[in-house]
Design a protein around this ligand. Structure first.
Ligand SMILES: [Zn+2]
Length: 158
């Protein structure tokens, strides 16, 4: 099996994205109007992403099975879905937080009560977990490292 570094993975994915953007009319592949497809990619999009997930992407676009090597950036677990997606935690005194989880979209406002309605999120953690469960793609994907004890596949509201 070939080895590829996380940095080279990112370069390769960017190159493929460039080609797709120039050569392929993406809109024809989607059911609904997708005229606002955003092809912008930043290294940040891959921060904390598991090497296994990157190898899946490389396999999908090249057909090569590769082993991705390199240390995964350690991120903080999202208080909602529990996946390690946040670059900083909510800390009022330090003025940090309010990261939006790229997986479940919960904005970290220091909430620990999963049933508490938060106006900033227009819902509770339980609402967001229910939303996750209703989206099959979100439910099964395994992009991020799990940093929390509970499994968000389980219904925690009971
Ligand atoms: Zn989350």
């Amino acid at each position: 099996m070939r080895n590829i570094s996380r940095e080279k993975c990112f370069e390769l994915i960017c190159s493929v994205r460039d080609i797709v953007e120039k050569e392929i009319d993406l809109h024809q592949y989607f059911d609904e109007d997708s005229s606002n497809i955003n092809m912008e990619l930043s290294e940040m999009d891959f921060e904390g992403v598991s090497n296994g997930y990157l190898s899946e992407i490389i396999y999908a676009v090249t057909g090569y099975e590769v082993e991705v090597i390199g240390e995964v950036e350690e991120l903080f677990p999202c208080p909602c879905c529990g996946l390690k997606t946040l670059t900083e935690l909510y800390d009022k005194s330090a003025g940090t937080g309010y990261d939006i989880c790229p997986s479940c979209k919960w904005q970290d406002d220091g909430t620990t009560d999963i049933n508490s309605y938060r106006s900033i999120n227009k819902g509770s953690i339980v609402d967001y977990l229910n939303k996750l469960r209703s989206n099959p793609n979100q439910y099964y994907k395994n992009k991020w490292l799990n940093g929390k004890g509970y499994d968000y596949h389980e219904d925690v509201s009971k």
